[in-house]
Ligand binder design. Structure first.
Ligand code: BDR
Ligand code: CA
Length: 315
């Protein structure tokens, strides 16, 4: 089994990503790194601890990471984000605090240690700001280069934005961090918003979780219904909520779920398009392509894997 690290701003779809990972026998979730975005760092760490316990996996350690963007002093949750994930990040559903505490080692050192130990067998999936991995890169680029598989949720190649017309939330939190990762020469696969918005969940599926009659099933159903409600207000034409972060986990485990294009990427850092992910024209002819970008997804197969794995976990 491969070793998996998730790096999360634990909101609703991040929680579904945890559930997907815990329901996947191909990987061992060796730790969760904490970042900020949907919620502040402390809230995300609290949620990661509480959710793993509720889902029956109190053995998963949670490592707090950096709590603000690399180019700013602080971080505040956008009110619009709070309305999508709830103020507590998990759809205003009350679940008990975890019995265990966060680790004292920082997420950055945890990622570097795991890279040294597991190398090619390590999968790293960030689904929030990329601040932790950028800090890891700055500290030890050789170690980060040893990570076998980095699959991130963020950006988009075609129709980009959920923050504004140009930018997606995770990349917009720390554009410099994302740009540093794309230009580093480290191999990455980007699962962007244009592709994750093809994968939608409805109340029909959450009802199946609720019908399990378990605390985990009820929690996942109630939390996700909040998210579906938010999507209903913001993007009613979609008819469901986007499974952004779980798709990144799924594609990291089974890359055949997505079609990818090999293209060296960068991030706009200036002007109105700040935070936009875009192909790097100075590296178009470079025979070495370090980024792969998802351009399509097998929606029925992914949704089947998603429901099978999470339903079995919550039963
Ligand atoms: C991404 O931003 C966050 O709101 C979600 O958890 C997801 O990681 C979608 O743009
Ligand atoms: Ca996220």
């Amino acid at each position: 089994t491969k070793k998996l690290i998730l790096d999360l701003d634990t909101g609703i779809d991040d929680t579904l990503a945890i559930a997907y990972a815990l329901g996947s026998p191909e990987v061992e979730l060796i730790g969760i790194a904490g970042t900020y975005g949907n919620v502040r760092l402390e809230t995300g760490v609290r949620n990661s601890l509480a959710v793993t316990e509720l889902l029956g996996h109190p053995e998963v350690p949670v490592y707090p990471g950096l709590d603000h963007p690399s180019t700013k002093d602080g971080f505040l949750v956008e009110p619009s984000t709070a309305r999508i994930h709830g103020l507590n990040g998990i759809g205003e559903v009350d679940i008990p605090d975890a019995k265990r505490a966060p680790q004292t080692e920082s997420a950055v050192d945890f990622i570097l240690d795991a890279a040294q130990t597991y190398g090619d067998d390590l999968i790293y999936v960030p689904t929030g700001a990329l601040t932790n991995i950028a800090a890891a890169l700055a500290k030890d680029p050789v170690a980060v280069g040893r990570i076998g598989n980095i699959t991130l949720m963020g950006g988009a190649l075609t129709v980009p934005g959920n923050v504004n017309a140009w930018t997606e939330a995770n990349i917009s939190q720390d554009p410099e961090a994302a740009d540093a990762l794309f230009r580093s020469g480290v191999r990455t696969t980007m699962i962007g918003l244009d592709v994750t918005l093809q994968t939608l969940l409805t109340r029909k599926e959450t009802a199946q979780w609720r019908a399990l009659g378990t605390p985990a099933g009820r929690f996942l159903a109630d939390m996700t219904d909040y998210y579906i409600g938010a999507y209903g207000r913001i993007a009613p034409h979609l008819g469901g909520c986007g499974l952004h972060d779980p798709l990144a986990v799924a594609a990291s485990i089974d890359p055949t779920l997505v079609d990818t294009l090999a293209i060296n990427m960068m991030v706009d850092l200036e002007g109105p398009t700040r935070g936009r992910t875009i192909g790097d024209n100075t590296r178009l002819n470079d025979p070495v392509k370090t980024s792969r970008v998802a351009v399509g997804v097998d929606v029925p197969r992914f949704l089947k894997e998603f429901m099978t794995r999470i339903t079995a976990l919550a039963a």
